[in-house]
Design a protein around this ligand. Structure first.
Ligand code: NAP
Length: 332
């Protein structure tokens, strides 16, 4: 059936400015790292993208390697975009990235100009989009000069392939240098995409937060739910329909669902309940409490999870006592 977006789609979502740029992003964005690949049912992908847009989630985050297989999440998005969202292109912010291995040989990963431009062209083809709103260097390259990677981002923007440039998982020092180079080139760094959640606070510990504030760069936190651990999903057992059960032998997941973590989540969940929130909503609201935070970039395997996430916006304020109680649990 033809998709007609909800008229009320902009009524409740909050939009936050990305650093000192002109661009606002929804406080909650949807990433398609998992559950949108060639192995996933298309109808569920379509239902999630439609529901997200109906709830005011105007930002969809992609990367060249999302799937599985790599590239297939772009194809899924492209197929649904053409059918449902084409006439809403100007209401959407679609990001893409290059940095991880996409094809064989020395030009299929990292941060050379050769790889970034070729990968961006491939991604445009797979999604069928004319341009991306944000194009990221997905990870810093220890061998390629930062000037080359940043000038490739600048070129991608100047050539019309993307509107803004971003970086992901760059250290505070690399971020400062990248921001400086991009500024000189005339394409400011719009946004940084680091992992940030209650169990991974490197951006606070290593000093990325003040760098972003000083440089006027926005921040979009990926995995705010620690891939589902910071929800009520694993409080009792590892359910069959979960990322942990599907990926227990895959990289990235490792042994993240530990008894120690689940014990903390049980305690955090009682704070969530006192606040009238679900555990996922508490984790998202907590991520969004930082001044530099533009958006929490969630993943989802079903529509109800997207609805749950958006419910976080009903209570974003924290009392000092609540913040201290959370700190105490996390420090245990
Ligand atoms: N820049 C980078 O290097 C990088 C790296 C990783 C991710 N990202 C981006 O960040 C996005 C989000 O990452 P992520 O998927 O790890 O985020 P996440 O929000 O921490 O985890 C998403 C997973 O948590 C579970 N979940 C979500 N909402 C739930 C709820 N309300 N109740 C119970 N379980 C819930 C689902 O897992 P189940 O499948 O178990 O239901 C879902 O797939 C990615 O799609 C990608 O765009 C970027």
């Amino acid at each position: 059936m033809a998709y007609l977006p909800q008229d009320a789609r902009y009524d409740t979502m909050q939009y936050r400015r990305s650093g000192r740029s002109g661009l606002k992003l929804p406080a909650i964005s949807l990433g398609i790292w998992y559950n949108f690949g060639g192995i996933d049912p298309l109808e569920n992908c379509r239902a999630m993208l439609r529901r997200a847009f109906d709830l005011g989630i105007t930002h969809i985050d992609i990367a060249n390697n999302y799937g599985p297989p790599p590239g297939s999440a772009e194809e899924t998005f492209g197929q649904i975009f053409r059918a449902d969202f084409k006439q809403y292109r100007d209401e959407l912010i679609v990001s893409n990235k290059a940095g991880y291995r996409m094809w064989a040989g020395p030009y299929g990963e990292w941060g050379s100009r050769k790889y970034l431009v070729a990968s961006c062209d491939q991604s445009l083809k797979r999604t069928g989009l004319e341009y991306f709103d944000i194009f990221y260097s997905h990870r810093p390259d220890p061998e390629t000069p930062l000037e080359e990677t940043m000038s490739a981002l600048d070129y991608i923007v100047r050539s019309g392939r993307a509107l803004y440039a971003g970086i992901s998982t760059y250290s505070p020092e690399q971020t400062r240098q990248a921001a400086h180079i991009l500024k000189q080139l005339g394409t400011p760094c719009l946004i940084h995409q680091p992992r940030y959640n209650m169990f991974d606070r490197w951006i606070e510990d290593d000093g990325l937060v003040p760098v972003l504030a000083e440089e006027g760069i926005g921040c979009i936190a990926f995995s705010p739910l620690c891939q589902g651990i910071l929800t009520n999903k694993y409080i009792d057992e590892v359910p069959g329909e979960s990322r942990a059960s599907k990926l227990s032998n895959r990289f990235h997941w490792g042994d993240s669902v530990t008894e120690q973590r689940i014990a903390k989540v049980r305690k955090l969940n009682s704070i969530a309940l006192e606040r009238g929130q679900t555990m996922a909503q508490l984790a998202i609201a907590w991520t969004l409490r930082l001044n530099v935070m533009t958006s929490a970039l969630i993943g989802a395997s079903r529509v109800a999870q997207i609805e749950d996430a958006v419910g976080a916006l009903n209570n974003l304020a924290f009392s000092e006592a609540e913040l201290q109680a959370i700190e105490a649990i996390l420090a245990e």
